[in-house]
Ligand binder design. Structure first.
Ligand code: GAF
Length: 392
């Protein structure tokens, strides 16, 4: 069963009648362009086939009820809340995501009369694959539908505007200071493409990305670890970048070029220099990757992926032993390129691998983790898939 079918079936069981609509949104892999989004830079994500679905039926009493289908096969309900009374800080946990979206839409002036939501999904959680954004984006579209403002309806906000509303839910309601990468990926990616997104201008271009056509696959290695300082580490890096831009008199680190680094870096406190170096060189790696993809030279992106990992590990300092082990093992056994993805301090790595070598590389990664007495990683091939939409 798809996530949408599971959500629809669970809705019928929970509410004794069919949902009016089911919307779903995918998790993502960011091919390259890490920690560039909140620096006004470039990113290049693609959508996973894994999706979170929200079955919805509007109510007229202003209340929001949410229930989510857990991995234990049971429905977990959160208490009904009045949308008018939603305030940042409550509820917490998974229920903060749909509630935060309802809050952000209400704050933006959308007329929400209340709704019953039932959620089901298969985006791995805690894996740096954006399961929370998949939930938020699917919720946003479902709730907008109840306000007759879903994509395709007159007066609907653009996908970019919806991404910003979801970001507001994440930043101001759930309290996570994240950028625009994940929401944009979940909403705007399309099958067999990566999305070249310029965060400053809002321009988004679909770049054909079909590694299989070149005999390659993109392997995801979910390390299944999330180190406790991941949230504080993210916020510290973000503040460091903003401080560096301010000290240099630039709007954002996007405005620093690689050619300027030798003159710009010595002007900064020592601890900020590697952050700036990462962001500036990572933006250039995104542009170089887009050039390679446009020319259909998929294997050539390998060194760019490696450069990204080294920069995230040594300059941005957000890798961890498990991610390094995944990357080093994949490269030592035949991957053309490999890097950690997402916020860092755990989650997933990706490896670009020849199809014929995938089983051997996968086994090597599993063996390396077993030898290091680490939790067995979850491995799967990521196929660039469709973005968010209405399922029924
Ligand atoms: C997390 C954030 F949510 C994104 O906004 C982005 O900053 C990413 O980390 C790092 O590139 O996924």
């Amino acid at each position: 069963m798809t996530s949408a079918e599971r959500a629809a079936a669970a809705f019928a069981e929970e509410h004794g009648g069919a949902a009016d609509a089911v919307w779903s949104a995918p998790g993502r892999v960011n091919l390259i362009g890490e920690h560039t989004d909140y620096n006004d830079g470039f990113v290049l994500p693609f959508a996973l086939p894994h999706r979170t679905a929200v079955a919805i039926r509007p109510r007229t009493d202003g209340l929001l009820s949410t229930a989510t289908y857990g991995s234990d096969g049971r429905l977990h309900r959160s208490p009904e809340t009045s949308i008018d009374e939603l305030r940042p800080g409550s509820p917490t946990g998974w229920a903060a995501y749909p509630a935060g979206v309802a809050w952000a839409l209400r704050e933006a002036g959308f007329a929400l009369g209340g709704a019953d939501l039932v959620i089901a999904g298969d985006v791995p959680t805690g894996a740096g694959l954006s399961s929370s954004h998949a939930l938020e984006c699917a919720t946003a579209l479902a709730l907008l539908d109840t306000a007759h403002a879903a994509p395709g309806q007159p007066g609907a906000p653009s996908l970019g505007e919806i991404a910003r509303l979801v970001q507001r839910a994440e930043n101001d309601f759930a309290g996570a200071p994240t950028g625009l990468l994940d929401q944009t990926a979940s909403l705007a990616c399309t099958e067999a493409h990566a999305l070249f997104f310029d965060v400053r201008s809002g321009d988004a271009e679909q770049i054909p990305f079909d590694p299989l056509s070149a005999g390659l696959e993109l392997l995801v290695i979910d390390t299944r670890v999330k180190h406790s300082h991941s949230e504080s580490g993210y916020g510290e890096r973000r503040r460091g970048c903003e401080r560096a831009a301010e000290l240099l008199g630039r709007k954002a680190l996007r405005d620093v070029t690689a050619a300027e680094l030798p003159t710009v870096l010595p002007q900064l406190p020592e601890e900020l220099r590697p952050l700036v170096r990462h962001v500036v060189t990572e933006n250039d790696r995104v542009l170089a990757t887009v050039d390679e993809l446009r020319a259909g030279r998929y294997a050539e992106i390998g060194p760019l992926l490696n450069g990204s990992h080294v920069s995230l590990r040594d300059d941005y300092r957000i890798s961890c032993p498990e991610l390094d082990l995944a990357v080093d093992t994949a490269l030592a056994t035949g991957a053309l390129g490999s890097r950690m993805i997402g916020g860092g301090f755990g989650g997933s790595a990706i490896a670009l691998v020849p199809v014929a070598d995938r089983p051997r590389i996968e086994q090597a990664v599993l063996d390396a983790f077993a030898q290091a007495h680490l939790t067995e990683p979850r491995l799967f091939t990521a196929v660039p898939s469709a973005g968010a939409g209405r399922d029924r």
